[in-house]
Design a binder for this molecule. Structure first.
Ligand SMILES: [Ca+2]
Ligand SMILES: [Ca+2]
Ligand SMILES: [Ca+2]
Length: 638
């Protein structure tokens, strides 16, 4: 129907032309030009293939390609090479997208292939590559309790390549370092260059903010956050490309390889819930229900998040929270459309396979259907058994976060299989305690809700992140408080996660102030401030404690003492016991702890190993600890 319309419209123009000019010669010329261009217009063409490559012997076979092009209506797809077998072709209504299954022979060689698209008007080819799989011995390692995660906002950490700071299609104001919402030049090369700094600090895994390609332009709107850019990476315009400000796929692979060589793992920030409004899909979706709604007509998420776990929610509120757009600028992907779910699962696996990364941080995970979280987790684990995914469920209520972690079937019959969620509840309790807003016993009070988790050791315990006010900019913050907060984060159960800059006591209020450029050049020179050095050494000493003691990494946590100003707990694994004490009081304080209850024998000497110099004997099953003022201290009790 559309083809007929396309023919008639130019004919009308030609008739008008004949009528007005009454000159047959030029008209014939126009007709022949038009016939040539009409033919060219209907020839099929291919502009993009997702994924561009895959692997033989993969747990996903066939792979489903999404091909973008023109004039794909009625296309047949064929493979000239018997190593690939195609089936199940479908084309969208506008002929702009084609889906096709490609079954990959087990013995297919890792080389470049092509498939053909044929229509009545011609032929186009689909480039497709089979990759050699990366070595499973030093890639895809997963994250465990042995790790300390460090969050890096790529654009704000270190600029290792000035040549990518102003891509051709970006206006100068998009790259203005004086604007906190512009690109600042940080990149993957910068992270590679600072791996020695990170190794010195002792972290073992880097969570990098999204590296998908985002739009290079400047977004203007009436909202307070405009004008802005997508330097943060959460507005993908291409799920299969690396942001050109950050580098390219080769640099990314080099980063993963060099990090792995130093014993540092890499975690990708994936964003399956939404894309950026500049994504080509927004004006030309592969399928009518690719998104929840359209740019012109969609719900906004009202963030009634409790409806996502309550068995008593009504469907209007429930669907709004799952389907509503995070904001008008973030088209919401519809994972209930099977082609969307399949596309996103393949995309997640493609990045893992192409780069060798060890884990995934999944953005805004609660706004996607729980069956999708499960299917994504299953697919990742099927191919890479150790791979790990942590979901961002930004809620301060442990009942809420606990509903999303895997390991237990919810009332809806779904086990998400999700490896980890961030422990925002404990983070919140620690910030409140160490800025003087809540009694220190609230740490103990919060930790009792570990009863809600199938395995609380799997929680990811954040010290802070790029969406939260930095510790030193909170009301009531002191350097002593920051030190207790980071010590607690590193010594409590779970996998700790730091945010770049907290280890040098950076300041920063809410977004974008909490994303100031990391002063990496200053820090590695004499311009370093004493406060920065002090916090760095402190953070490193607690990371070292963790590295040297399995009980801190993976031991049982046992409460020994708590009151309004102090909290003392043990971490115990086998014969090893470490006792951690936090004292917020402005003076030294003595507390008696019942160490006999955890099997520490009379005569054992509790020697401090971080945070002070003291030794206390165990007598009659008890030890009297002398806690220094406003600090954390750890004792060896074995
Ligand atoms: Ca750069
Ligand atoms: Ca870009
Ligand atoms: Ca959603």
């Amino acid at each position: 129907m559309r083809v007929l319309f396309a023919i008639f419209a130019p004919l009308r123009e030609i008739k008008q032309h004949l009528h007005t000019k009454r000159k047959l010669g030029p008209a014939l010329g126009i007709i022949s030009l038009w016939l040539a261009s009409a033919f060219a217009q209907s020839t099929p063409s291919v502009t993009k293939v997702d994924p561009p490559s895959w692997w033989a012997n993969h747990t996903i076979n066939p792979i489903r390609l999404l091909v973008r092009g023109q004039n794909l209506a009625g296309a047949r797809v064929s493979s000239p090479n018997p190593a690939l077998h195609v089936s199940n072709v479908s084309v969208n209504e506008r002929g702009s997208y084609l889906f096709v299954d490609v079954n990959i022979n087990r013995t297919a060689r890792p080389v470049d292939y092509q498939l053909f698209i044929d229509t009545a008007n011609g032929r186009a080819s689909i480039p497709f590559r089979l990759e050699s799989p990366l070595d499973t011995r030093n890639n895809f390692q997963g994250i465990t309790n042995d790790d300390v995660i460090y969050l890096i906002m790529i654009d704000r950490f270190a600029d290792g390549d000035a040549t990518n700071n102003a891509p051709k299609d970006s206006p100068p104001e998009a790259n203005d370092r004086n604007n906190p919402r512009s690109f600042h030049g940080g990149d993957l090369r910068g992270v590679i260059n600072q791996l020695t700094y990170l190794k010195e600090l002792g972290v073992t895994a880097l969570w990098l903010t999204p590296w998908y390609d985002n739009w290079n332009g400047v977004n203007r709107c009436a909202k307070p956050w405009c004008p802005n850019t997508y330097y943060h990476g959460y507005h993908a315009i291409d799920y299969y490309a690396v942001e050109d400000h950050f580098g390219d796929l080769a640099t990314l692979r080099e980063l993963v390889q060099k990090a792995h060589a130093l014993g540092i793992k890499i975690i990708q920030d994936q964003v399956a819930n939404h894309v950026g409004s500049q994504h080509p899909w927004v004006n030309d979706p592969p399928l009518p229900k690719w998104f929840h709604g359209t740019l012109a007509q969609h719900q906004l998420n009202r963030f009634r998040n409790s409806v996502l776990l309550s068995p008593h929610s009504n469907q209007i509120d429930f669907r709004n929270t799952l389907d509503g757009w995070f904001n008008d600028d973030l088209p919401d992907m519809n994972q209930e459309e099977p082609e969307v779910a399949r596309y996103e699962i393949q995309n997640a696996l493609w990045w893992v396979g192409m780069t060798g990364i060890d884990g995934i941080r999944q953005d805004t995970i609660q706004y996607m259907p729980r069956f999708f979280i499960r299917d994504l987790s299953d697919a990742l684990h099927r191919q890479y058994p150790k791979l790990w995914m942590v979901g961002e469920v930004f809620e301060r209520d442990a009942a809420h976060t606990a509903f999303f972690i895997g390991g237990r079937t919810g009332w809806d019959g779904i086990d998400t299989k999700l490896d980890s969620v961030f422990d925002f509840a404990l983070w919140n309790a620690s910030l409140s305690a160490f800025t003087g807003k809540a009694p220190v016993r609230s740490l103990h009070d919060q930790l009792k809700y570990d009863a809600l988790y199938p395995d609380p050791s799997k929680l990811t315990v954040l010290a802070n992140n790029h969406d939260t006010t930095r510790f030193m900019s909170l009301d009531g913050a002191t350097l002593a408080g920051a030190k207790m907060h980071v010590a607690f984060t590193l010594a409590v159960r779970g996998v700790p996660q730091l945010y770049a800059g907290e280890e040098i006591a950076m300041e920063g209020k809410e977004d974008p102030d909490n994303r100031r450029d990391f002063p990496i050049d200053d820090f590695s020179t004499a311009r370093q401030k004493p406060r920065e050095r002090d916090m760095f050494d402190w953070t490193r000493s607690w990371i070292r404690l963790r590295r040297e003691h399995a009980s801190i990494r993976a031991g049982k946590l046992i409460d020994l003492f708590y009151d309004d100003e102090s909290y003392v707990f043990a971490r115990q694994l086998g014969a090893e016991t470490i006792i951690v004490a936090l004292n917020r009081e402005a003076k030294q304080k003595q507390v008696t702890i019942p160490v006999g209850s955890i099997g520490v024998k009379d005569g054992v000497m509790l020697d401090s190993i971080v945070g002070g110099m003291q030794a206390h004997p165990v007598v009659n099953g008890q030890a009297i600890l002398s806690l220094p003022a406003q600090t954390a201290i750890a004792f060896r009790a074995f």
